[in-house]
Structure formats: C-alpha cells, structure tokens
Ligand binder design. Structure first.
Ligand code: SAM
Length: 236
C-alpha cells in the first residue's frame, strides 16, 4: 500500500498550474524585494525553489517528512528545513517574511486558539519590518460543504484518477473532513491510496480581526489567475 504523500507533486499539479505559481511568485516579489523567508507548510517546494533561484534566502517547514524528502531531492544547495508542526516548532532564526500558500492555514489552525498561537509564534520569529503572506480559498467564492471533484490523467506512463470529496462538515465551526483517493492503473494492476484531510475554512474577516489583535495591519492583494485571497500582514 503506497502513501499519498509520495504523489504530492502529481496532486499539486492538478490544482496549482504553472501560471498560478508564476503569478504567486510575482506577488511575493512585489511585497518583498530581498531577505530571509520561511515558507511555512512548504510542501515539496512549489514556491521555495523558484524563490531560491531569484536570490532570496529560504528556510522551509512542513509537518510531512515525505513532502520534505521530495523537496530535498530537488535542492542543489543546503537549505534549513524544519520537519515540525508550525505551532510547536522550535525555530531560532528570524525572517523578513513568512509564507503560507494554498490553504495551509486551514490545516495548521483549526480554531481561534490555534490561530492566536500562530500569530504569537509568527511575531517572535519575524524581523521588525517582517510580513506574512497568507493565501487561502475565499469561502464566498467556493462551496466548501459540497467540495467533490475528480480528475483523470497520465503520470509517468501510467493512468490515474484523483478524487477529493468532503465527507463530513461541521457547519458551526466551518471544519471539513475530506477523503482524497488516488487510483493508479498500471496494466492489470490497480492501486488505490486514500488519505484523510481536516480543514478549517477561514473567512478573511475572521483572520484579519485576530491578526489585528496581534498588532498586524492587513492589505489584500489578488492575482489574475484565480479568485483566492492573498492577505499581506505587516507588523504595525
Ligand atoms: C496544500 S499543501 C500546500 C503546500 C505549499 N504551501 C504549496 O502552496 O504548494 C499543505 C501543506 O501543509 C502541510 N501541513 C499540514 N499541517 C501542518 C502543520 N501543522 N504544520 C506544518 N505543515 C503542515 C502539509 O504537510 C502540506 O505539505
């Protein structure tokens, strides 16, 4: 039985095409010209690697060691990688920017307490003029209760089907439990791998209000390729 994490790059490519990533990198460049960045929940390096090539100093953090292994295999220089849950991580460096892209906040913080902890920790590792860039789906644009999609394609000479479906939704707290299922067809062999994902669907007003309490000023930005939220938080 395989592990869905090993197919992270395949799954990421279904949802986040190169143009989205290119526009997100341009957005980061607009808000930070140079400096030391921590990519929180960096996955296998969708932003970390292009930012390294642009001359930024990068560290990465992710709770999934398989995602970090995929990232390490792509790196040709030493980069500080933390294998930890962000709110519990021991981090001694300081940063000019923290990044949280593709609904990572929804996986790291499931309630107001965890979001408060997140901001307390973020402040301690940010330099004086440090910023946080947070990207997540706008719940006014999507219907998280009924998320259910399927994608079929080819990967390394094999056919695959990827399915994502919300199984349970806690309407009071806007928390979903979803099942991801990847089926790989290789000749007569069929392998199915499943994983469970818990996500808290934050509204931008909720995040802004708690960020304000922690002394951050909020700016919103957009990219042309989607209708998602890009929040820029600056230490007030
Ligand atoms: C949807 S992926 C986003 C990856 C990357 N930021 C991107 O935009 O391509 C979410 C990532 O969050 C990581 N993650 C989930 N919970 C976490 C936590 N508590 N602390 C750190 N990373 C976490 C997962 O392992 C996964 O790599």
């Amino acid at each position: 039985m395989g592990n869905l994490s090993s197919y992270y790059d395949l799954i990421a490519s279904i949802t986040k095409n190169d143009e989205v990533t290119r526009q997100e990198i341009a957005l980061i460049q607009k808000h930070l010209k140079s400096g030391h960045i921590l990519d929180i929940a960096c996955g296998s390096g969708r932003h970390l690697i292009p930012l390294l090539h642009l001359g930024y100093d990068l560290s990465g953090l992710d709770s999934n060691n398989i995602h970090l292994k995929l990232l390490s295999e792509k790196l040709n220089r030493k980069v500080q990688l933390y294998n930890a849950e962000f709110n519990r991580a021991v981090i001694s460096e300081k940063f000019d920017a923290l990044l949280l892209f593709w609904n990572s906040l929804n996986e790291i913080c499931h309630d107001n307490n965890e979001l408060n902890e997140f901001f307390v920790k973020s402040r301690t590792i940010l330099n004086e003029k440090g910023i946080i860039i947070i990207n997540f789906d706008d719940i006014k644009e999507i219907d998280p209760i009924n998320l259910d999609f399927e994608y079929k394609g080819e990967y390394e000479g094999q056919s695959f089907k990827y399915q994502f479906k919300v199984q349970e939704f806690d309407r009071r707290n806007n928390i979903s439990k979803s099942i991801e299922r990847l089926t790989i067809y290789s000749g007569d062999l069929v392998e199915t791998i499943t994983a469970e994902l818990i996500q808290k669907w934050w509204g931008s007003e909720e995040v802004s209000s708690i960020a304000n309490d922690h002394g951050f000023r909020i700016e919103l930005d957009k990219i042309k390729a989607n209708n998602e939220i890009y929040m820029i938080l600056k230490k007030a």
